[in-house]
Ligand binder design. Structure first.
Ligand code: ZN
Length: 284
């Protein structure tokens, strides 16, 4: 299944994208794709409803805004330097354990929303990533148990302001958390439809130019290892989002760096999961 949310920012309603391309409003049956939905077996109920032909559902108007495919999560946990070539281009050491950082959930954004250049920003960068959404509570789960906790996958862009991230001391959180810095979508593809999350191509284009082009098999730590590892340090709640790291080709890794400018068009994709499209605009 492919889960979507549609409507005005902050007031999205749940829906599904069907195999035939139709988008169906599911708000008569489901409140939202949030922690409660996943915790209470919502995915199973939704599959049943879709299997019955979406009774009471109606088609969503073409042109309706799509929001992020799940409600704003309790947390967005990101893995840093999880691709060898990216760790090298950033000048970091090759991590022996997953590098973790948090991104403010207020950065949550839709798949086609503008990305806003924050006030004072000079070094806006893109990072395409495979994201996963947690489907059931994970605390100290083994790698074998970890995949049972994954509801599905989506494309994520970990927008980053490198001066905020690296030139102001302390943690990376400063450069990762501005409004609109966490777009996800365009839909959540349920885990049963992703046979191998480590076998997907992922890419970024800026104004049509291919900047990132890699494979999830190049991750240093794979999805099951990441989920298990994070769950040692915090409880992952249903609906939480994990971004699994970006491959090489980011603006900061270029010589000279080619940071994003107002007016740029950024497209991030993961094979089989769709594509995000953001226009870069100065903060309003
Ligand atoms: Zn990242």
């Amino acid at each position: 299944m492919k889960l979507i949310r549609f409507g005005e920012e902050g007031r999205e309603e749940p829906g599904v994208l069907l195999e035939d391309g139709r988008m169906i409003n599911a708000s008569g049956e489901f409140l939202d794709y949030d922690e409660g939905f996943f915790a209470m077996g919502g995915l199973e109920s939704l599959a049943e409803w879709v299997g019955q032909g979406c009774p009471g559902g109606f088609e969503i108007d073409a042109g309706t805004r799509l929001g992020p495919p799940v409600a704003r999560p309790s947390k967005i946990v990101c893995v840093g330097q999880n691709y060898l070539e990216h760790a090298r281009e950033m000048g970091g050491e090759i991590p022996s354990e997953p590098v973790l950082f948090m991104k403010a959930s207020s950065a949550w954004s839709g798949p086609y929303d503008d990305v806003l250049i924050p006030k004072g920003a000079r070094k806006l960068d893109y990072e395409v990533e495979l994201a996963l959404v947690i489907g059931k509570t994970a605390n100290n789960v083994s790698e074998a148990e970890a995949m049972e906790c994954v509801a599905g996958y989506a494309v994520f862009c970990d927008y980053s302001e490198r001066a905020f991230q690296k030139e102001h001391g302390g943690q990376w959180t400063k450069g990762k958390s501005a409004d609109t810095f966490a777009p996800m979508g365009p839909w959540l593809v349920t885990a049963d439809e992703v046979s191998d999350p480590q076998g997907l191509r992922l890419w970024t284009k800026v104004n049509g130019e291919l900047r990132q082009n890699s494979w999830t098999k190049d991750m240093l730590f794979g999805v099951s290892e990441i989920v298990s590892y994070i769950s040692r340090f915090m409880t992952l709640l249903p609906g939480d989002v994990i971004a699994t790291g970006t491959p090489s080709g980011v603006a900061m890794g270029m010589n000279p760096p080619r940071y994003l400018q107002a007016g740029d068009l950024v497209e991030c994709g993961v094979e089989g999961l769709g594509e995000l499209t953001q226009r870069v605009v100065a903060a309003r």
